[in-house]
Design a binder for this molecule. Structure first.
Ligand code: SF4
Ligand code: SF4
Length: 444
């Protein structure tokens, strides 16, 4: 019998049953140094939370025994993903947490429970916002009413301590259509290439394209951030496309709603893949959106084009720093004199973008920016909106609030819309997005 015949007959023995999400090899890389635990903002203030090491590698080891259930403490992880970057051994902690949360919600949560219904509503904010934005004045009036807030808390478990974000009178997409959509952007980009000379040397022609992933919040609540993004990119000669899109899925991952996140990812990956085929890179103004497209999608789903979308996605300023002389353009610019207290969102840190906004603002005449430290803001998307998590969220945010107040700024600044909510809620300062400051500095 030949060697080849031996190979054909060989059948490896499966010691453990394999699953689509087999993360045990990652769990085995953990050597229990506890670095991740020391970086976890929830574990720092909540003695009942066992921390990322338990939620990740330990739960996965326990899962080797068929009868081990996912521990419900995984629902207390805020998905800040700080533990991911902390691990010196490359254990895929957030992927483990997301998968464990999905499994817990699927198998261990009563689908008629108040917690499940509340979490499903919060994690599908885009749907809620779509309805709210149809009658923004009425929605804003109702959501700011103390009666509605009390009912929300008693019935749904949504804290009444927070101010509900206002809906804009016109969504970003409505503004975009009214302005003339892609055709107008193409014209403006072309004019800017002739007039400003910015980036002109690298521009061939119409191929300088970006597809904007605005996410839910820039569309429904802060369209001025999306407008700033469009105007800044056009001033560098970029033609902006705005593909159809759904929520990035960030709040869905954080609440274990993986089937919802998968449906959103299917639309986003298909639409963004088509934009990439059209010669565009993907740009996000929210750092949680860019992290989701870059990291969580390929970690959790297997969809055609998902790796391509991940490889072509950038945070807006990161993209300009890579492809343009952004610092050079800012050195020639100025804004009305102001001091900003800047908070880097955890999801910006995770992408290596923590120092970027401060560095860029330092180059603008009139702008002064102070970093308020590396603590987590504590809100973590939907986390700080849950009645039972509100106090934890505020305890985590306390360090940032103190640093902001010590800085005595004219305004706060961050890229994450929910960090902005928490900064405003904890300190009362108005909060800006770095793109809005860039627009003031770079666009006439
Ligand atoms: S994602 Fe954040 S909250 Fe969750 S375990 Fe990791 S560090 Fe803690
Ligand atoms: S940091 Fe990494 S290696 Fe250390 S305990 Fe956490 S998962 Fe294990």
């Amino acid at each position: 019998m030949s060697d080849a015949d031996h190979t054909d007959e060989f059948e490896p023995v499966q010691v453990f049953p394999t699953t689509e999400m087999d993360l045990r090899p990652g769990a085995d890389d953990c050597y229990k140094c506890s670095t991740c635990d020391s970086e976890c903002p929830v574990a720092a203030v909540d003695d009942d939370f066992p921390g990322p090491k338990f939620q990740g590698p330990e739960q996965w080891r326990l899962k080797r025994k068929d009868d081990a259930e996912i521990d419900d403490s995984v629902m207390s992880c805020s998905n800040c993903m700080r533990c991911d970057s902390a691990c010196p051994s490359g254990v895929p902690l957030s992927q483990m947490h997301n998968t464990a949360r999905g499994s817990y919600v699927e198998n261990g949560m009563d689908k008629l429970s108040r917690e499940y219904i509340r979490n499903r509503i919060l994690s599908n904010y885009g749907t809620l916002a779509w309805f709210g934005s149809k009658v923004p004045r009425l929605t804003n009036f109702l959501m700011s009413s103390s009666v509605v807030q009390t009912v929300n808390e008693r019935v749904m478990g949504i804290t009444s301590e927070r101010e509900f974000p206002e809906f804009a009178q016109q969504t970003f997409r409505e503004w975009w259509e009214e302005r003339g959509g892609n055709a107008t952007s193409k014209k403006r980009a072309s004019e800017a290439r002739e007039q400003t000379g910015r980036g002109g040397a690298e521009v061939e022609s119409d191929e300088k394209r970006v597809a904007y992933f605005h996410g839910c919040y820039s569309n429904y609540n802060t369209p001025e951030v999306g407008k700033a993004m469009v105007r800044v990119f056009e001033s560098f000669g970029y033609e902006v496309m705005v593909p159809p899109q759904k929520c990035s899925g960030t709040p869905m991952f954080a609440n274990g709603m993986l089937p919802d996140a998968r449906r959103a990812a299917e639309t986003n990956v298909a639409e963004l893949s088509a934009a990439i085929e059209d010669g565009a890179d993907i740009i996000a103004s929210c750092t949680s959106c860019s992290l989701s497209l870059r990291q969580e999608y390929p970690e959790l789903f297997d969809l055609d084009g998902i790796e391509d979308v991940s490889a072509h996605t950038y945070e807006a300023l990161e993209y300009l720093r890579i492809h343009e002389d952004l610092s050079g353009a800012l050195e020639e610019s100025e804004i009305d004199s102001r001091k900003f207290a800047y908070h880097a969102p955890c999801h910006a840190r995770n992408q290596g973008l923590a120092g970027q906004a401060i560095e860029l603002l330092d180059g603008i005449e009139g702008a002064e920016a102070e970093d308020v430290g590396d603590s987590c803001s504590g809100i973590s998307g939907t986390y700080g909106w849950k009645e039972e998590k509100y106090d934890t969220s505020m305890k985590i945010g306390a360090e940032m609030f103190h640093h902001m107040e010590d800085a005595e700024p004219d305004a706060g600044m961050t890229e994450c819309p929910t960090c902005a909510m928490q900064m405003e809620h904890g300190t009362g300062y108005e909060i800006r997005h770095p793109l809005e400051v860039m627009e003031e500095a770079l666009v006439d």
